[in-house]
Design a protein around this ligand. Structure first.
Ligand code: SF4
Length: 218
């Protein structure tokens, strides 16, 4: 589907490369992917800063913290009880199934690694694909609410598709490239935050001439 590459190229020309994900290590990506659920990134950064100061950015240390200590460290990210439990469950799984190695989990065949992640409590498809793509450098396209909004407005989606249908559409029509998937997701996020908002700023949009929503509403 050339529309997907055309949209990508327009966004890349307009915004330039975004160079995601903002993390120093693959394990930090996992922490961020779990903590970012239902909150904004500023709050996640505060929680990660707390973990860094406590030298708790590793599976071993997170498992050795009491649940109360972990809750306090990640409190700024919201839903901290639920997220502390999820972080420790993830770290326990790494230890029990992969000798504590995130690399071993993520270097399995893509579908097997994804299924394994999806079986862990609190890891849904968006979190699993973020971990695979940004921590594991595996070609698994990340879909989020912004993706649904933008591509429905463009007329490429109907708005009724489920997560896996959208992911499969992108993966079927784009080259199997980690860099492309990485950049594309980041560009969708910046475009939907800055321009294709809930109330879209269509006059400023680099996609205006290929957008069904704009054509219907102008
Ligand atoms: S023209 Fe408007 S609705 Fe279409 S992608 Fe741009 S901002 Fe969104």
């Amino acid at each position: 589907m050339t529309d997907l590459m055309q949209t990508y190229n327009r966004l890349l020309d307009h915004y330039g490369p975004r160079v995601w994900w903002p993390a120093k290590t693959p394990f930090e990506v996992v922490i961020g992917a779990i903590l970012t659920q239902n909150t904004n990134w500023n709050n996640v950064e505060k929680a990660i800063t707390n973990l860094r100061r406590a030298e708790a950015l590793s599976a071993d240390v997170i498992l050795n913290l009491s649940i109360e200590e972990l809750e306090q460290l990640i409190r700024p990210s919201g839903f901290f009880r639920q997220k502390a439990e999820r972080l420790q469950l993830f770290c326990r799984h790494l230890h029990q199934s992969h000798q504590g190695s995130l690399g071993k989990l993520l270097e399995q065949p893509l579908n097997r690694a994804r299924e394994e992640l999806l079986q862990l409590k609190g890891i849904g498809p968006e979190t699993a694909d973020s971990i695979l793509l940004y921590a594991g450098k595996r070609p698994s396209f990340v879909v989020d609410a912004y993706t649904g909004r933008l591509f429905s407005r463009l007329g490429i989606l109907t708005g009724t598709e489920k997560y896996d249908q959208i992911r499969e559409l992108f993966m079927a029509h784009l080259d199997d490239s980690v860099q492309l998937y990485n950049e594309y997701h980041a560009l969708i996020v910046i475009h939907c935050k800055d321009v294709c908002r809930k109330k879209p700023l269509c006059p400023d949009c680099p996609l205006g001439d290929i957008c069904a929503y704009k054509q219907q509403n102008s």
